[in-house]
Structure formats: C-alpha cells, structure tokens
Write a protein that binds this ligand. Structure first.
Ligand code: FES
Length: 581
C-alpha cells in the first residue's frame, strides 16, 4: 500500500525533532518505517502526537493506578483526534529510593526534559503522584517547554483501626511514636502496618504529594478538580480522559509551560501552599520549578505572604481530616474560592482560560467544614516561618502550624548528633545525656551531606524521654521533614553543615535560641569562639562513591535549599523574584 501524503506541517507530529542522519527525508522515512512495526496506519501517524509519561513502577505503590490513568488519557486523546504515545520516565517512591528520593528528583527532571524534547510529541501529559514525581515532571516540562498538562494518581482512601480512621503517613508516625513509647505492642503495630496504606494512591494527608497536587492546580498546570480526587474513584479516570482531550487542544494552541507557569501563577501556588498548611518540601520544589523559568523565590517576601495567609484547610497533620474529605468538600476549587482576594485571577491555565474564569465556571460552593472561611481559620499565623540568624544565614524553615505552640519560642541546651549514623547509634542509648527541654541537633544531613537531604529532620524523641511521655522537642537540622509529620522541627538550615555552614560548629552543651515570632535562630556562642571553631573545622572525609556517575554530578552541582536543590547549570539566569511584593 502506498504511503498517504501526510498533512502535518513541518516540525509537528512525526516530523518533530528528527534523528540526525543528515537527510531529513530519510530520517522521517526511517522513523515511520519503524513505528509502523507497532501497527500504526498513516492515518494514525498523521495526527497530533500526545506523549504520556508512564510513571508506573513495581516499586511505586503510589502509582499503582497509572495504567488505568493512561487508559483514560489515551481515550481522551483519541476522542479529540490525537495519537497517544506513552513512554517511560524515571519513577520515584519515597520509601524505595536510596539514599533518598530527593537525591533522584533532579535525575527524573532531567530524564523528563530530555525524553520530551528528544521524542516527537506535540504536547505531553505528565502523570505524577508520589512526592518527588510532580516536581520533577514540572521541572522537566518547564525546561523542555513543550505544551504540557499534569494529572496525578490521587490520594489513597483512609483505613480503619479499632474504629479509628487512619492513613499514611501522619498516623504512621503517630503510631510508631506510641510503639516506641511502649503504648502498643509488636502484634498491634503489625496490624497497623497492614492498614495504613489500604488502596492505590498517594498519602492521604496534606503531605508533600497532596501539597504539590494542590499547588499544581493553583498554578494552572492541571485541569480543575484534579488534585483531590481519590485514586480509586471513577472521577479520577474521567479527569484523565479530560486531560488527554485537552492535551490535543494544547498542541493546536501551542500553549507552552512558560505561558502558564508565570510569576503570577507561581505566586498562586505559594499562596495555596500556605493556605493548606502544606509540606515544607513543597517550598523547595516550587523554588526549583520557578528557578527553571528564571524566577527566584524571595524567602522574606514569602514569609510576609505567610503572615497574611491563614491556614484554611482542616487536614492532617495540621488539622483533622484526610484528602477524601477535601474531595467531598469540592477539592482545590473550594480552597481557591476562599483565596480569591489573594490570587492573581488573570493567570492563564492549561484550560486556555484564566484561573478566575475557571472558578466562575465551577459548580457553586455548598456547606462544608473542611475548608474554613478567612474569619475562622485552622491556624491564623503563617503555615511556615522563615528563620535567619547566626545559625542559619542562608535561611531555615519551621512549619509552625504543625508545631507545639509552646515550643516556638524556646531556648535550650544543644544535644548534637554529627550524622545519621551517630543519631541511629545513640538516640536510644539509656545513658544519653538529654532532657525534654534540650534541643536536638542533627548535622551533615543536607543536600550534599548524605547526599539528598533525607527526611530525617523529624528526629525521633530519645526513647528514654518517649517512655516518659515526651512527644515533641525542638529539633534542628539541615535535613527535610515529611509533609505528613508533626512537631517543632527546624529544617533546611543553610548553608548545610557538610559545606561548613554554622550548623557544623554547634557542640553539645551550647545554648540555642529559637525565636519564631522574631524569625530568628541563633547559636548563643561568642563570635570569637565561633571563629576559632571555624578555623579548626574539617570537612567530612571524601566518600569513594561520590567520585563517579550521577552521584558525582549531584554532589558537585547541587545547590542549597533556598535555591531549590537543583543543579546550578539547570536554571537560566534570574530574571525576576517572586512573590513580586
Ligand atoms: Fe508516595 Fe507518600 S509515599 S505519596
């Protein structure tokens, strides 16, 4: 059968990004010859091509429903006249990435960028879910700048234990704390392990995955309603179908990510982050996404934004509910409606309409208690506070809405752990010299220190104190914390200790003052003494495994938390700062 002359303009469809044989005609001929081995007709190949990132992995429980979502996206693409083509990219699950998923986020972002750019597609549907996947996909899409739309796997439904709702992973930590404190035994913790993650989907509290999904919807990169639909709902597949159909229109309109992820849209995402009492991790990820587009997040302005933005969403770990409750309350749309006076409503979204137009087109609100009005917030202060001081000249963050309020102003004696290994060795030592009013300090757990900035900032309460009922202490580190965790935990201390930040100079017995109201974090040691310690400081010994491959690239190039933890060479020159005021 003779090949039908195609109608796709040059540089589109199968003609995009031809392989470099030095003969464009031959390149297209060869490409079509090979793809016909997949059984495609000329009619199919003569359509807009919609790539679909296949992030299914046998190691990624949060992405268990990706095959169903891909089917939904494909149906939508075909209904709209496009040709769907799925392709694999790196997939990351929090509990299955050594040393951390953060260490691999940049690899997934690079993989996404290069695969979107290298392969012929007129638009791409990004399927994210677990914590690092949404930021990595958006970072990659921002750099590739091919029309893109995100959908997510959606949160899990809650489980039940002795009549109590429970879910990953706020309740994982709560029950583990009770187990460490001797309140529950081996048999019961085993039963709970079976119930914490009862369905496909992402952690069902306002952890990093839920936070990034809500922020992506506020940013306009996901069709309305997508953030909160539980993974097991039919609505989740319908959202995938609509996403696929919309991707075909995005291809025709040429609506690229740089026209959606504008400063106004990124600010909308930051406002959402604060209003949901979202994960501190999301601040790093949004900083990295913004940096890919040339915008720097100004931490002081973000802190100011926090003072104006109360936490409105009553979900764990700050409040009581779970993502399925937010879904029933109308999802992110209900939050965005409450936030309307604070949002840039003229920001363009992937619907082709502005955020304000999307909200006007959505179903009206109904009585619900999950998203509070401004006058009755879950937490009136900012969800998180940015700290500076001689211990964190580059900044640190504390999620004050998920902290013990009595500890936010606190001075105490430092009990220092020099590494994760030191922490593991000594934290449960009955002879550890520690009291409830002390401040636990963890060094060398930052982006270069481990590497990959593990979620170890939520240091366990020393067992001898946990057995006495102590449930929270001030903890300070250059590490991160899961968005699902609760506690008075100062994170992302910058510069990190492994590169000689002041955190490296803290010694057990020093006094530290946490002044959250004054936005200060100070080591109460004289300048002379600190100078002497700095002169004597030695960097951690070189690690053989840092000498080659991706790990070498990572430790040499990763930037500090306030820059998003991306590689220095991945971002264009800074052209603006957000929030703009
Ligand atoms: Fe995947 Fe929590 S581990 S979202």
């Amino acid at each position: 059968m003779a090949a039908k002359p195609d109608s796709m303009p040059p540089g589109t469809g199968m003609k995009r990004g031809l392989t470099a044989y030095g003969d464009a005609g031959f390149s297209l001929f060869l490409r079509k010859a090979f793809i016909k081995a997949m059984g495609y007709s000329d009619d199919a190949l003569d359509r807009p091509i919609i790539g679909i990132t296949d992030t299914f992995s046998g190691y990624n429980a949060c992405h268990r429903n990706v095959p169903d979502i891909i089917e939904g996206v494909k149906r939508g693409v075909l209904m709209a006249g496009g040709l769907p083509v799925q392709f694999p990219v790196v997939s990351l699950h929090e509990s299955f990435a050594h040393p951390t998923s953060m260490y691999l986020r940049n690899l997934m972002a690079m993989d996404t960028e290069e695969m979107v750019r290298a392969q012929p597609m007129d638009a791409v549907v990004l399927i994210g879910g677990c914590d690092k996947t949404v930021p990595a996909l958006l970072m990659g899409a921002a750099s590739a700048n091919v029309p893109a739309v995100l959908t997510v796997t959606g949160p899990m439904i809650t489980g039940d234990h002795k009549g109590e709702r429970l879910g990953a992973c706020t309740d994982c930590r709560r029950f583990w704390g009770r187990y460490r404190g001797g309140e529950i035994d081996d048999r019961e913790i085993g039963e709970i392990e079976e119930k914490l993650c009862p369905t496909a989907g992402t952690c069902m509290v306002m952890g990093t995955a839920s936070t990034m999904a809500c922020c992506a919807e506020a940013m306009g990169m996901m069709l309305p309603g997508g953030a909160a639909i539980p993974a097991v709902m039919a609505d989740r597949i319908r959202h995938a179908e609509a996403t696929g159909a919309r991707a075909v229109a995005l291809a025709a309109e040429g609506l690229t990510p740089d026209r959606v992820m504008t400063p106004a849209a990124l600010e909308n995402a930051l406002t959402m982050l604060l209003a949901i009492g979202g994960s501190t991790n999301a601040l790093i990820h949004l900083t990295a996404i913004a940096a890919r587009l040339g915008y720097e997040v100004d931490l002081e302005r973000f802190d100011e934004m926090g003072r104006r933005t109360p936490v409105l969403v009553d979900l764990k770990p700050t409040g009581k509910g779970y993502m399925e409750d937010l879904y029933r309350a109308g999802g992110a749309t209900t939050i965005l409606r409450q936030l309307k006076p604070m949002l840039a409503l003229d920001a363009l979204t992937v619907t082709g309409r502005t955020l304000g137009e999307n909200l006007d087109a959505a179903a009206p609100d109904w009585d619900q208690t999950v998203v509070r009005p401004f006058g009755d917030p879950v937490y009136a202060g900012g969800a998180m506070a940015i700290l500076r001081g001689n211990l964190a000249p580059g900044g640190a963050v504390v999620k004050q809405c998920a902290a013990s309020q009595s500890l936010l102003q606190h001075e105490g004696r430092a009990v220092v752990f020099s590494s994760l290994a030191d922490l593991a060795e000594r934290i449960d030592d009955p002879d550890l010299d520690v009291a409830a009013e002390d401040i636990l300090v963890l060094q060398n757990a930052g982006l270069r220190g481990v590497p990959g900035m593990p979620e170890s900032g939520y240091l366990p309460i020393p067992k001898k104190l946990a057995l006495k009922g102590v449930r929270d202490m001030v903890r300070i580190s250059d590490a991160r914390m899961s968005g699902t965790a609760f506690g008075t935990v100062v994170l992302h201390v910058s510069p990190e200790s492994a590169i000689g930040g002041p955190l490296a100079l803290v010694r057990t017995g020093d006094r530290i003052r946490l002044d959250t109201a004054g936005r200060r974090l100070d080591l109460l040691v004289s300048d002379e003494e600190l100078a002497a310690r700095r002169a004597a400081w030695q960097p951690p010994p070189p690690r053989p495994e840092d000498q080659r491959g991706y790990r070498r690239l990572y430790v040499e190039q990763v930037e500090q938390a306030e820059h998003g933890g991306d590689f220095a060479f991945m971002r264009p020159p800074v052209r603006g700062r957000i929030p703009r005021t």
